[in-house]
Design a protein around this ligand. Structure first.
Ligand code: NDP
Length: 327
């Protein structure tokens, strides 16, 4: 038996609890992992609170991320004792996830724990941090350089936002951090933000084109915020869009794209190819300061993880949550 969070019931009528689960119930897979740490991402909080239909089948163990040690493997790439990390691939949505002491998975989804990170640090990064890195790589690929001008990061006190601010600042970019939490100004400056901007300035409908301000942007908000971000980009600016914290809609016009040559890059971490993941994790090891990563962490006991999901949805969590699930 092992401990795990279980979402039971059905869509619209789900019950979530920390349960003792029989190992015989684990899903199919060629690698079994003793999970050491997991985390809570925005998507996990949606799944646990039931605010969006993330769990595609019931019962479901949530958790789109895990870090742990292989105990059994018939996959040629992994053997017992290997330290591994999993991000996404529909785990925690369609396949039992990381918020349990054991997981059985396809070895094709796993990557080795990236040195020098510990399992705890890997989960402090988690999907949020790895997505932040994918966004930074997208800006780079499209030619945005520190000398190109200011970079905007929305949802800056959240998981993706905090890691994005820290990486960009370390790479020498001048970062404007957008937040609804003015009281976190000192935190954002400690991560390296040069300017702080009130989220309210981007939340209301604006003009199709605003003053040319940003050379690049990483947006976790979507909705009206993303529309205003696109409208305020410099000529040939680049926006990496990864989230929907403000909404799924996109009330923009084509003006930024056809009159300023703005590029809008969509970022998906869930199905990203393995080579992209390995490169992103290698870059995280190079470009994210471990001290700043530590300053982003709130550690939550496994017994308190369900409550923490509501706190995350209510915007009460800063940075990243890590959850020790072992033992
Ligand atoms: P967090 O909850 O940690 O952070 C979200 C942040 O968004 C909040 O902290 C808040 O920051 C800001 N925010 C909240 N509500 C609004 C609003 N109405 N308008 C503007 N900003 C708002 O979540 P994550 O960082 O883990 O994820 C952020 C988004 O990115 C989510 O939508 C998530 O689904 C998405 N995502 C997508 C991935 C992909 O593969 N495409 C992977 C990972 C995440 P502040 O208080 O500072 O304003």
């Amino acid at each position: 038996m092992f401990k795990g969070i279980l979402i039971e019931g059905s869509r619209g009528d789900q019950q979530v609890s920390l349960k003792s689960i029989d190992e015989a119930q684990l899903p199919e897979g060629d690698v079994t992992v003793d999970v050491a740490y997991s985390t809570l991402n925005y998507k996990d909080a949606l799944a646990i609170t039931g605010r969006a239909p993330i769990a595609k089948t019931y019962p479901m163990v949530p958790g789109i991320d895990l870090a742990g040690v292989v105990t059994e493997s018939s996959n040629p790439d992994f053997k017992a004792g290997d330290e591994v990390v999993l991000n996404g691939w529909g785990v925690g949505e369609k396949h039992w996830g990381g918020l349990a002491q054991k997981a059985r998975l396809s070895g094709d989804w796993l990557i080795p724990l990236q040195a020098p990170f510990t399992a705890r640090q890997a989960m402090a990064i988690g999907t949020a941090g790895y997505t932040a890195m994918l966004c930074v790589i997208a800006l780079e690929k499209h030619g945005v350089k520190p000398e190109s001008g200011d970079i905007l990061v929305t949802g800056a006190t959240g998981g993706v936002g905090s890691v994005a601010v820290a990486i960009l600042a370390k790479l020498g970019y001048s970062v404007t951090a957008v937040t609804g939490r003015k009281e976190e100004e000192a935190y954002l400056k400690s991560l390296g933000a040069k300017q702080i901007m009130d989220r309210a300035e981007l939340s209301e409908p604006g003009k199709p084109l605003a003053r040319e301000t940003w050379a690049g942007a990483i947006d976790v908000a979507g909705g009206q915020v993303l529309a205003n971000v696109c409208a305020g980009m410099k000529y040939q600016g680049v926006v990496a869009a990864c989230g929907l914290a403000a909404g799924m809609d996109f009330p923009s016009t084509v003006a930024p794209f056809i009159l300023r040559g703005v590029t809008l890059c969509g970022i998906d971490s869930v199905m990203a190819p393995k080579a992209d993941r390995l490169y992103a994790w290698k870059r995280l090891a190079e470009d994210l300061s471990p001290e700043l990563l530590d300053s982003m962490i709130t550690e939550v006991a496994f017994d308190d993880a369900i409550d923490a999901a509501s706190h995350l949805m209510d915007g009460k969590i800063r940075g990243r949550i890590v959850i020790p699930v072992a033992g």
